[in-house]
Ligand binder design. Structure first.
Ligand code: COA
Length: 150
């Protein structure tokens, strides 16, 4: 059951002071630490109006995050299309509806930015993420992923 009733996390805007906790969750879900990446990412999302960056917090601890934004014509995609860039929930708090709460709040933020459709990329074998995005309503889009080894 994905819904949270009692003790629901607070969903709020991401702050620079969340850096350490986000880096730690990211390390837990990815298996490697990316502090430099997150330092740059946090600065970027704080300074650009087209991004929305949210965290889920319980008892003052960050347990999940999501970053999304409106397109700036990346890949020829117009501004009324939004992207989910990153989502992560602390493994100790997964399957409790946290990602769903983060996603719903992100949808509200993206609507305010004029977004009417959302896209994201997921690896074909990333079962958890695929199941999650399917659960919140995504289906396969019409963009084609191309690769070239150089
Ligand atoms: C995918 C992820 C965000 C889901 O977070 P979550 O808080 O556990 O998700 P929710 O509890 O909101 O799940 C909502 C629904 O998604 C689906 N789902 C989520 N995790 C699932 C899993 N492990 N297996 C199958 N379905 C899953 C289910 O339908 C679930 O509803 P249910 O619990 O009622 O069955 C989380 O597993 C995660 O952070 N994974 C790593 C993500 C990652 O690699 N990010 C890139 C680096 S930042």
């Amino acid at each position: 059951m994905a819904e949270i009733s009692a003790g629901a996390p607070l969903i709020r805007e991401m702050r620079p002071s969340d850096l350490d906790q986000i880096v730690e969750i990211d390390r837990k879900v990815l298996g490697k630490s990316r502090r430099d990446y997150w330092e740059i990412k946090l600065r970027l999302v704080q300074n650009r109006a087209q991004f929305a960056a949210l965290v889920a917090e319980i008892d003052g601890r960050v347990i999940g995050f999501i970053i999304g934004g409106a397109s700036r014509w990346e890949y020829g995609v117009p501004e009324n299309v939004g992207w989910i860039d990153t989502i992560g929930v602390d493994p100790d708090h997964q399957r409790q509806g946290v990602a769903k709460l983060l996603f719903r709040e992100m949808v509200d933020h993206l609507k305010q930015l004029g977004v009417v459709s959302i896209r994201t990329f997921v690896k074909r074998l990333d079962w958890k993420l695929l199941k999650f995005f399917e659960e919140v309503g995504f289906s396969q889009g019409d963009m084609v992923n191309l690769e070239l080894d150089i």
